[in-house]
Design a protein around this ligand. Structure first.
Ligand code: NAD
Length: 344
């Protein structure tokens, strides 16, 4: 189903629920502390979600249950096998996760996956639980889609929905050191605090950026900058090396000068400059070039909605398109290799 068809379905869910009686009253005060023997849900056990769910399971009380779900059944089975002796259940659908859990984290690839999952969750109403449901969506999607889903969750009385996209990559997800950008309605006292408490089980920092959707705005602004700085560092390194400079010395010089940034200091695109960087292992792992393309596209769309120019975006999109064509599946710093291949 197309993304716009799903949007329409989400809107229908909202309008039909406002005509009929709500499954549970949204006027009730939102419960901020978790009960004993709580149930947690996790939807989307991918590169990020899998290690995040592992951290969650490790940090919630032993008596609590974690209900997991992924369209790839194998990955859920692997999780259970690795967590033997712990309270972990596999759900057959996102709906089952939402029916059972008070706090549900999702980490899905694109806007259409998030809309699809929430359409399934909301279409027939959810049973009331002893504690209010909190949906925490950590997927990087556009703020408009996120607000649409939040609106559907809130107006059907299914619970509360916050956006909490993340930064730190697979390494941060595994180490439990992610940074989250949180967008949560200020109309619900305690909502941001409860979300922050849950997120700190998987990360080390939560930025409260404002109302629902604000987390995504912050994330897309950051990743727009990252898209550009990655290309700029790759061009500068390529240029310096072709002038005869030593790559490692050049990298270190930039890192102690005004060109300093994450793309130079941590994720330098030239092999051998930073030990353990994706470039030093033939661009394996890391942040895939297609995910960078997706974030750039979302930033461009969101900027258009806001009537804000992004002058460098068209060129950057062109560079990532061409890079992906020759280096699909590699870390986005592989842009350096694309530039090298273009150099005469
Ligand atoms: P991924 O593609 O590895 O994982 C997504 C998971 O969702 C997959 O396991 C997939 O099977 C599952 N899924 C898809 N549709 C589903 C559905 N309907 N029901 C249940 N499960 C479903 O993606 P990822 O790299 O883990 O990224 C997740 C999100 O986090 C993305 O939005 C991405 O942009 C963002 N992000 C990724 C990174 C990174 O370094 N990989 C860093 C920061 C943010």
């Amino acid at each position: 189903m197309s993304s716009s068809a799903l949007s329409l379905q989400l809107r229908r869910i909202v309008s039909s629920s406002s005509r009929s009686s709500c499954v549970f009253s949204s006027r009730r005060a939102f419960s901020t502390t978790l009960s004993r023997d709580a149930t947690w849900g996790f939807i989307g056990l991918g590169q990020m979600g899998y290690p995040m769910a592992k951290n969650l399971r490790a940090k919630i009380p032993k008596e609590d249950t974690l209900v997991i779900c992924d369209v790839n059944a194998e990955v859920a089975k692997k999780f259970v096998a690795e967590e033997q002796g712990q309270k972990v259940e596999i759900a057959t659908s996102p709906l089952e996760v939402a029916q059972k859990s008070e706090t549900i984290v999702s980490s899905l690839p694109e806007p259409r996956h998030v809309k699809d999952v929430f359409h399934l969750i909301l279409k027939d109403g959810l049973p009331k639980l002893s504690q209010d449901r909190l949906f925490i969506d950590c997927s990087t999607i556009d703020p408009v889609s996120s607000r649409e889903v939040a609106n559907a969750v809130h107006s059907t009385g299914a619970g509360k929905f916050v956006d909490a996209p993340m930064s730190g990559g697979v390494v941060g997800a595994t180490a439990g050191t992610l940074t989250f950008m949180l967008g949560a309605s200020s109309k619900t006292p305690g909502l941001a605090e409860r979300a922050e408490g849950a997120l700190l089980l998987m990360g080390k920092k939560v930025w409260r950026l404002g109302e629902q959707g604000a987390g995504l705005s912050g994330k897309l602004a950051n990743n727009y900058l990252l898209a550009i700085s990655n290309i700029a560092v790759a061009e500068a390194m390529n240029l310096g090396i072709r002038w005869g400079l030593d790559a490692k010395v050049l990298g270190q010089m930039i890192s102690s000068s005004t060109g300093r940034c994450w793309s130079a200091d941590v994720n330098n695109p030239v092999a051998g400059v930073i030990d353990g960087s994706p470039a030093s292992r033939d661009y394996a792992g890391g942040f895939g070039v297609s995910l960078m393309k997706k974030d750039l596209r979302l930033a461009v769309e969101a900027a258009k909605e806001a009537g804000t120019p992004l002058e460098l975006a068209p060129k950057a999109q062109e560079v990532y398109d061409a890079t992906e064509a020759g280096h699909a599946g590699k870390d986005f710093s592989v842009v350096y290799k694309y530039l090298q291949e273009k150099s005469k």
